[in-house]
Design a protein around this ligand. Sequence first.
Ligand code: HEC
Length: 208
Amino acid sequence: MKNLRLIFGFTVTPLLLVLWLTVPVASEDIRMEFNDLLDEGLQSKGPVQMEHFLTLDATQKMCSGLNVDINSAEASQLMSKALAQIQYPADGIYIGDWKKGEEIAQSGKGLRFNDADDIENGGNCYACHQIRQEELAYGNLGPSLHHYGKLRGYSDEVLRYTWGKIFNPQAFLMCSNMPRYGHKGILTIEQMRHIMGLLLDPQSPVNE
Ligand code: HEC
């Protein structure tokens, strides 16, 4: 019964919320049942902490608002701040092991309610990008990153831009849909180097 209620809580609760808001007269019983479901479903569990969802930072606030103007003075201020906060590798080493990078790009692990707090997060890059040509299961919300280095070259500028983009995409495009991997501590500096290797090591299959 508990399992059933949990499943119900996670899948049907949003639907019920819509019904609750649109049907003005709901019986008291249903309302109580609904409140119980909300209490049970909307709880912090593992790495999923409710305050992360309920406390928005300035960028999230702006991008979740109505009539967002990404060319406004506020947006340009937020972008400048994001740019200034990017941490570049202190030793100047941008490129790690592309094989590990591929694993991280494939992995959607971490930050889910049933994950342990201390596991290494994945990047889940393939959810939005094509990267290696061999991988056919990829999303297309973001542009293809296949031949990333081959097309852009391997200059310091490209390394720095790509690092910054992965660290905090909001520094380059306000309200980007891409996660802020470094800024939000999703990936470590070491993991970011491996991902950089996947995109920008001339030996990586991405650049063959
Ligand atoms: C939820 C979707 C999503 C995920 C996950 C995602 N990205 Fe993106 N990415 C985007 C979108 C959308 C863009 C284009 C808009 C922009 O520039 O922000 C983009 C742009 C980029 C760019 C800039 C490309 C260029 O030509 O300038 C790079 C590099 C990039 N992503 C790398 C990554 C890497 C590496 C990962 C995994 C660690 C990743 N992305 C995960 C959505 C995503």
